[in-house]
Design a binder for this molecule. Structure first.
Ligand code: ADP
Ligand code: MN
Ligand code: MN
Ligand code: MN
Length: 369
């Protein structure tokens, strides 16, 4: 680690050099494995609108997004955020991926999701995502765990305080600040049940912004962790055995649900969700069956259930919501490795209605074409 510290001191000298009015824009996108890629470019002046950002491209054959003989994939900017690493007027640019023939890239699920969100704009749908994740060191040991062994069983770690009960608080604290700087609606953080597993919450966010903000928050987490030499895993069951899996609970409300008597609309939504359980599960993350076992605060992947304050159900209505008769519900099924566009998209489709030119349940199949 000493080497890293010395290099960082040397780097500071260069980071403080005048940029001569030029802007650094780091374009980020989702690749063919559900990871994030990025590359940077120089722009001539500060950005005031997404329209100021040029379309760009990359070699899709190197990211599992295109064949070698037709490898250009286009990056179309959809949102930008202040860059907490470069600061100043520098920005992080979230881009959608488009193919040469004018169709959305097979891993671009944002496009269909946005159509649904736009069609249902009047419902003012809000989402809040609870992103759980696990930390590993550079040798792929769970971060902070004893070499070749295991820590004491689960119990003291959830919201743990103190040495031996909590790991990597520095990484988490840095990520929290980076999110706030970038304008992410990060609403909280907590240490999880398994040691070295954490959660951050983003939301409530309206419609398509939910997926956008979560992807940027994930990018910031990978980037921050990189500086600490820590790896981030979004696998839903990173360790077999009596260790909790990682999810991405999805909290949902429409304006009607948030208004007086809204519980009626929450109940209606749950009835609709029950009918499409299988279709939802297909979009709720790879290897999620390893997590949705009916143990460790989950419901089984093969059956649908709902209940007030029940953390063993597919859908939970928070106690306070049942009491007040209005608010939101929590879909506990989505795994930590979801594409939030798929999940918020199919929830929007199921509870607010299908539209003619989008079918979220078909979106996932596009990936294997
Ligand atoms: P849990 O008790 O399940 O751990 P958290 O406090 O971790 O809950 O997360 C709750 C999430 O619900 C937050 O992301 C928050 O933004 C979101 N949320 C709160 N109110 C609403 C609402 N009306 N609609 C949608 N999401 C909401
Ligand atoms: Mn939570
Ligand atoms: Mn949690
Ligand atoms: Mn939750």
């Amino acid at each position: 680690m000493a080497e890293i510290t010395e290099n960082t001191a040397t780097l500071q000298k260069y980071l403080s050099l005048d940029q001569r009015g030029r802007i650094l824009a780091e374009y980020i996108w989702i690749d063919g494995s559900g990871s994030i890629r990025s590359k940077g470019r120089t722009l001539k002046k500060a950005i005031t609108s997404v329209d100021d950002l040029p379309e760009w491209n990359f070699d899709g054959s190197s990211t599992m997004q295109a064949p070698g003989h037709d490898s250009d994939v286009y990056l179309r900017p959809v949102a930008y955020y202040p860059d907490p690493f470069r600061r100043g007027d520098n920005v992080i640019v979230l881009a959608e991926c488009w193919n040469n023939d004018g169709t959305p890239n097979k891993f671009n699920h944002r496009h269909e999701c946005e159509k649904l969100m736009n069609a249902h704009k009047s419902e003012k749908v809000w989402f809040g995502l609870e992103q759980e994740y696990t930390l590993f060191d550079q040798y792929d040991n769970v971060y902070g765990w004893p070499k070749g062994g295991f820590p004491a069983p689960q119990g003291p770690y959830y919201c743990g305080v103190g040495t031996g009960k909590v790991y990597a608080r520095d990484v988490i604290e840095a990520h929290y600040r980076a999110c706030l700087y970038a304008g992410i609606e990060i609403s909280g953080i907590n240490a999880e049940v398994m040691p070295s597993q954490w959660e951050f919450q983003v939301g409530p966010c309206t419609g398509i912004e939910m997926g956008d903000q979560l992807w940027v928050a994930r990018y910031l987490l990978h980037r921050v962790a990189e500086e600490f030499g820590v790896k981030i895993s979004f696998h839903p069951k990173p360790l077999k055995g009596d260790w909790n899996g990682a999810g991405c609970h999805t909290n949902v409300s429409t304006e009607k649900m948030r208004s007086a008597g809204g519980i009626k609309y929450i109940d209606e939504a749950i009835e609709k969700l029950a009918k499409r359980h299988k279709e939802h599960i297909l979009l709720y993350g790879a290897d999620n069956d390893l997590r949705l076992t009916g143990r460790h605060e989950t419901a089984s992947a093969t059956s649908f259930s709902a209940g007030v304050a029940n953390r063993g159900a597919s859908i939970r209505i928070p106690r306070s919501v049942a009491k007040e008769g209005q608010g939101y519900f929590e879909d506990r099924r989505p795994a930590s490795n979801i594409d939030p566009y798929l999940v918020t998209g199919i929830i929007a489709e199921t509870i607010m209605g299908e539209i003619a030119d989008a079918d979220m349940s078909k979106e996932f199949q596009r990936e294997s074409l």
